[in-house]
Design a protein around this ligand. Structure first.
Ligand code: MRU
Length: 361
């Protein structure tokens, strides 16, 4: 089953698993209009960096069909798709890629969106293999106990996913002992989606609250931490679901490898460092209530960063679909051959790039 796909020909629609209904209901939405696609991205019916990139490209297909090859309505629709969510670079990048084909006509836009889907499918398989090889090398012989946060499985991509694709590949090789899955407050992608996917793949797992993650690492309960990313900056800093940074600190304290798994479509060499990454704040409502039930006194204000930044210095390895970069060995994240020439030079990974805290005078 794919998280989303194009169904039919030029008069087709996007079939999308409604992730807001899981795990209780497996509902597939049919998205025919670009406004519905923008809304689906914003309410997280589709979510996860590669999946929102594919959704954005399909959104351009729907916009082109509705509004033709040019004009203010098309421009407005593309602008709204691009900024539906700010942190994952995949969304704007894939909207731009599909939109660049508009002058060639609708069929070319659809072909580009389908190519983006196929690239993400292939990337998930490649990351699974590269990542599993690395995990087994780092952990050594014996069963693997992995910890993860948020949802990085097929639901977050198209199939298989990123970090969860690595876990699935380790499982398929018969080496997975257990996954410790952080529930992922406030929207519970870990418990609602990752536990659902792990159960479907028959992988042993236990759920834990986010704040238990670093402690469980300190107690030696996991051999490796695997996370996804929403954007990888040129210096190797990564944005991912809020809570990832704490997990990376805990992993460093415990001496546990911390591996970020993300396709090249998430690597953004035009963003120099994590400081330049826009972090989506999803508003107080998600923090002061859980599944619609108030959990804080009426009127309580809240801050709700949906992502945080893990400095490159805390990352053992970045696994993409094309390479493994080892910040722990001071390897640089260099532009791949064929990447835009105007990209800024890559920074070096360092082990001390957590900014000093700002102290009050
Ligand atoms: O807010 P979400 O659910 O879209 O956040 C998703 C994540 O943070 C994932 O870890 C990330 O997109 C990588 S998943 C392939």
């Amino acid at each position: 089953m794919r998280a989303l796909d194009w169904e039919g020909g030029s008069d087709g629609a996007v079939a999308m698993v409604d992730q807001t209904a899981l795990p209780g209901t497996l509902r597939v939405l049919s998205i025919n209009a670009v406004d519905d696609m923008v809304a689906a991205i914003q309410r997280l019916s589709v979510r996860g960096a590669p999946a929102v990139g594919v959704a954005g490209a399909f959104g351009v297909v729907l916009a082109t069909r509705a509004f033709g090859p040019s004009g203010p309505r098309l421009d407005d629709a593309i602008a709204r798709l691009r900024r539906a969510r700010p942190t994952a670079v995949n969304l704007a990048r894939m909207v731009d890629r599909a939109a660049a084909r508009i002058p060639e006509g609708f069929d070319a836009v659809l072909a580009e969106a389908l190519a983006i889907r196929d690239e993400e499918l292939a990337a998930s398989v490649a990351m699974g293999v590269l990542g599993a090889d690395l995990v087994l090398e780092l952990v050594g012989p014996g069963p693997v106990r992995a910890m993860t946060i948020c949802n990085t499985g097929g639901l977050a991509s198209v199939e298989r996913g990123t970090a969860l694709a690595v876990i699935q590949t380790v499982h398929e090789r018969g080496r997975l002992a257990e996954v410790l899955a952080l529930e992922t407050r406030p929207l519970l992608q870990g418990s609602r989606l990752t536990a659902w996917e792990l159960a479907r793949m028959g992988a042993p797992h236990r759920l834990l609250v986010d704040s238990a993650g670093p402690f469980m690492l300190a107690r030696g309960q996991a051999d490796v931490v695997l996370t996804g990313a929403d954007r990888v900056a040129a210096n190797g800093d990564t944005a991912n679901k809020v809570g990832t940074f704490s997990l990376a600190l805990g992993a460093r304290h415990a001496g546990v490898p911390f591996i970020v798994v993300a396709p090249e479509s998430t690597v953004d060499m035009t963003t120099p460092s994590g400081d330049s990454i826009e972090i989506e704040d999803r508003g107080a409502g998600e923090v002061v209530s859980v599944v619609g039930v108030a959990t804080a006194p009426k009127g309580t204000n809240a801050v709700n960063p949906a992502f945080d930044i893990t400095p490159a210095g805390l990352i053992t390895a970045l696994v993409t679909d094309q390479r493994v970069v080892r910040p722990d060995r001071h390897e640089s994240l260099l532009p791949l051959p064929g990447a835009a020439r105007d990209q800024p030079p890559a920074g070096r990974f360092t082990t001390n790039d957590i900014p000093a805290p700002t102290r009050r005078s």
